[in-house]
Design a protein around this ligand. Structure first.
Ligand code: ZN
Length: 342
């Protein structure tokens, strides 16, 4: 991936911020396998050559639409390349290696249910390959609201009782489809004590978040950034201890906010909402989780203490060993105090 240069930031502080963001123990809880195929593997495997650099790899490139150029890049980097179980295995291992190098300790990686023509158990096993020592990975089955619902439902029947499935999500174009078509799978997942989450409040307003909270009883909303448009919704998220899986750069690249400076991540955090910071689809958006954390300081003027609080939110909600949770939070506190004094 090209080196990202933050334009308005003094060079000396830039190094310190990058170092803090890299060594901060982190969680990545809003990551789509389909959007995380390392671009060097996509270039190696794509049937049509992918230019280097491609137009969408430019820092100032903005996608025109979710269903247009964004989908075309996903076709190139994921759909045309993920053509065997062995490749799912190789890609997953490479994704986790990259996160491990950035001190990510806990990962929730989703995959599209119905997108792979292999037996459910073998597919899940491939997604769980190559997990480095010290990292916990949870695999989340994502139900696509904007695809052929009966086909997705049929595939979901194959996954919902698999031991290696750790959670369910609803994703896809928020303007399309009825997410309540999947409510029975949430009932089964709740019975199994799986992680329950749903995408909302990205393309549509606070009412889309309300629907997921009311009808699916989730405590985790992917994006949910447009909660900021309703004081009542902000208060509800706080009262019901709902955590938002925010992805600021994704929102900017898809044109929901003009730039990081106007993204409401800091406002939501300061209002008292539990937010996490994630990448969503790092391949088409061409960035890393370290970038996301660094930009909170450089582009949103958040303090290292605030960024430490956001990192802690991930460890508070993650399904991980209690010892890993405790040690990671202690390390965050220590790093924050070191950098706050420097
Ligand atoms: Zn997402």
């Amino acid at each position: 991936m090209p080196h990202f240069i933050t334009p308005n930031f003094p060079s000396l502080d830039h190094t310190r911020i990058r170092s803090f963001a890299k060594w901060l123990p982190k969680c990545e809880v809003h990551l789509h396998f389909e959007g995380a195929v390392p671009v060097e593997l996509a270039r190696e495997w794509a049937p049509e050559p992918i230019p280097s650099p491609a137009s969408w790899e430019a820092q100032d490139y903005r996608f025109e639409s979710f269903t247009g150029d964004f989908s075309q890049v996903m076709q190139l980097t994921w759909k045309d390349t993920c053509t065997s179980l062995e490749r799912l295995d190789i890609i997953s291992s490479r994704i986790f290696e990259g996160l491990d190098r950035q001190n990510v300790r806990y990962v929730e990686m989703s995959f599209g249910i119905g997108a792979y023509p292999y037996p459910a158990g073998e597919t899940l096993a491939a997604f769980k390959s190559g997990v480095p020592d010290g990292m916990t990975v949870r695999i989340i089955g994502a139900l696509s609201r904007d695809r052929d619902i009966p086909v997705i439902r049929e595939a979901a029947h194959g996954y919902i009782s698999c031991d290696d499935l750790d959670g369910v999500d609803i994703h896809g174009n928020e303007m399309v489809g009825d997410p309540m078509s999947f409510v029975d799978f949430y009932d089964v997942a709740r019975e199994r004590d799986l992680i329950l989450k749903a995408h909302a409040g990205e393309m549509r307003g606070p009412e889309s978040i309300e629907e997921m909270l009311d009808k699916l009883s989730v405590k985790r909303i992917e994006h949910g950034v447009r909660a900021i448009e309703s004081d009542e919704m902000v208060q509800r998220l706080i009262d019901e201890e709902v955590t938002l899986g925010l992805c600021p750069w994704s929102n900017v690249k898809l044109g929901f906010y003009p730039d990081l400076e106007t993204h409401p991540v800091a406002d939501l955090h300061r209002a008292g909402v539990s937010v996490t910071i994630n990448t969503d689809d790092p391949t088409p958006f061409c960035h890393t989780i370290t970038d996301e954390y660094a930009w909170l300081i450089s582009e949103r003027s958040m303090s290292v203490q605030e960024v430490g609080e956001i990192a802690r939110n991930g460890f508070a909600i993650g399904r991980m060993d209690e010892d890993v949770r405790r040690r990671s939070i202690e390390e965050i506190d220590q790093l924050v105090s070191e950098y706050a004094e420097a």
